[in-house]
Design a protein around this ligand. Sequence first.
Ligand code: ATP
Ligand code: MG
Length: 611
Amino acid sequence: MTANAAEADKPSHFLRQIIERDLAQGTYASRTFAGTPGDAAHHATGPADPARIRTRFPPEPNGYLHVGHAKSICLNFGLAREYGGVCHLRFDDTNPEKEEQEYVDAIVEMVKWLGFDWETPDPLHPGASRSHLYYASNYFDFMYFAAEALIEAGHAYVDEQSADEMRQNRGDFGHAGTDSPFRTRTPAQNLARFREMRGGVHADGAMVLRAKIDMASPNINLRDPALYRIKRATHHNTGDTWCIYPMYTYAHPIEDALENITHSICTLEFEDQRPFYDWLLDTLCTLGLISRPRPHQYEFARLNLTYIVTSKRKLRQLVDEGHVDGWDDPRMPTLVGMRRRGYTPESLQLLAERSGVSKAGGWIDYSSLDIALRDDLDAKAPRACVVLDPLKLKLVNFAEVFGSHAHREPCHAPVHPAHPERGQRDFVLTSEVWIEREDFMELPSKGFFRLSPPSVDAAGAAVAGARSRLKYGYVIECTGFETDAQGQVSAVLAALVPGTKSGTPGADAVKVKGVITWVSAADGVPAEVRLYDRLFTEAQPDAGGRDFLSVLNPAAKKTVLAYVEPGLATAQADERFQFERHGYFVADRQDHAPGRLVFNRTATLKDTWSK
Ligand code: ATP
Ligand code: MG
C-alpha cells in the first residue's frame, strides 16, 4: 500500500500504519482546498485533493534548530514525500516577544539543507507551483473571528480573576477546579469585554478569554484553558496591529485546520493537549467555521541523543557564556553546528529513520549518528593522506636508490578504493616525508608493527630495525632516529627497500605487517585541523539535576597543525573527505580558504567511546 515502491523496505511504524489506513479508507478524499489558508473561500471552493496527506513542521522562530528538530523535519517532510503528499513549513509565531526574523531565515535555510522543500504543483493554476510556507500570524484575523463565534455560542468567556486566583481555582490532579465567578456572564457581556480587550481598553494581564469546558475534568487541560491574553508587544509580522494574542494551544489546531493538515504529528508532551485539540476543532466544525474531515493529532516520542543537550535555554547558555564559539560551533548539536562539523543531510535522515517512531521514549546513542555518517560517506568521500601529528622521516638511501637526493618519485592512490573509475591521486615520494609520531617507537611494545630502530636482544644478538610499508610507496626499514636538545625524537631514519614499490610486481616480495600513511615533506601542505569530539563526557549531561556545564568535555576541540597531500590545496569549503586511517573531515565553511586550509573532523573511522 506504500505509495512509493522504493520506500517499501522502510520499516513500518504506527504513523505509517495510520496514514495507510486513511489512504485506504479515503478518509481525506472529499477534502478540498483553494486560495490562501485563512480565506473564507478556502474551505468552500476549489478542486478536490483526494488521497493526499498533509503534514507540517511548525517551529517557533525563537531559536536555532537542533538535531531533535531534524528528526521532526525528516519525519513530517519524509512521510509527505513517501505518500505523495505535501508538508507545510509553518512558523508558529504566536508569541511576539521571543520571535525574530533571524530565526525564520535560519530555519528556512536548514530545512532546505536537510533536503526538503515546500513547493508543489498548484492545482488551481496548471504549470505553476505553490509555496507551502506559512505563518500562524497570518491567521490572526480568523482566530479572532473564531473566538467571537465561540463566545456567541456560549463556549468561551472573559475571566477577570487574577493569575493567582486562576491558578488556585484550577485544582490539581486529585482535586476538581472551582468555577470562576465570571463564568456565568452572558455571551453579550463576554463579547463586549472581548472587544474591549482587543481595543486596548484593558491593561496587559488584566483578563483572559477562556474556553468554557469543564472545571472538574480529570484532564487539567480541559479546565477552561486560556485562549487569548492581552499583551502589548510588537510582532515581527503583524507589528502593532494586535494587543491580544492567541495562546499556542488555541492557535495550533486552527492553524492545522486552515491549512487542511491531515496528520498533525507532534511529540509526546502534547498528548494531554489532544482532548482540547479535538474539542476545539469539533466545536468549530459544529459552528460551521471549519469543515470536516478535520485534522487529527498523533504523538510520538522525541529523539533523545546521548552526549548532547537540546534545551534552548542550555544551548543559549553554552553560546552566551563562551563555552563554545557561537551557534554554529561544530561541537553544538544545532543544525548549523552539525553542518559546519561535516554531518551530511543524508546522515541525519538516516539517523531519523533508524531511530524509529514509537510511543515510548528512549535514548539513542550518539554513536548512531557517527555510524550514519560513515554509512553515508564511506561510498562517497574521496580519500586523502594527511599527517595529523607530524614527525620527520628521512630516507637515508634515497639518493643511492634514485640517483639524486632531489628526485621526485611519482606515486598513485585511488580517489576511492571501491571506484577505480573515479581516477587516481598523484603525489611524489621525496627524500623526507612526514609520518605520524605514533608510528615510531624507540622501544616497541608487544604487537607494535610499525617503525622501531635496530636493537640487541636479551641474548646479545643484533635485531634489525622494523619494516613497514609507506602506503602507495615502498617498504622501508628503520635504521635509527635523531633527538633534539630535550631528548625528544625529532626524526626517524629509514632505508628504502628497492624494488618494493606498490603496484609493481616486486610489491609482494617483502611481506610487512605495518602500513603507514605519509605526506612528502617537500610537497605536503600545512593545514589547520580541528579535531572535534563529543561536547560532554557523560551520556546524559543533565541527568538527575546535574549541572551540565560540569561535564563539558575539555577535549571536545583540539587544534593541530597537520600536513596534507598536495591535492587538498584546492579543496573547496564544505568539501568532505576521508582522511585515510583518521576519519571523515570537512573543509570548514567559515575559515577555510585557498592558502589557508582548515579542516574539521566530523567523526573518526571507528568508535572510540564504547567501553
Ligand atoms: P520549545 O521548548 O521552545 O517549545 P521546541 O524544541 O519544542 O522548543 P519548537 O520550535 O516548538 O521547539 O519545535 C518545532 C517542532 O520540533 C515541534 O513539533 C517539536 O515537537 C519538534 N521537536 C523538538 N524537539 C524534538 C525532538 N527532540 N525530537 C523530535 N521532535 C522534536
Ligand atoms: Mg515547542
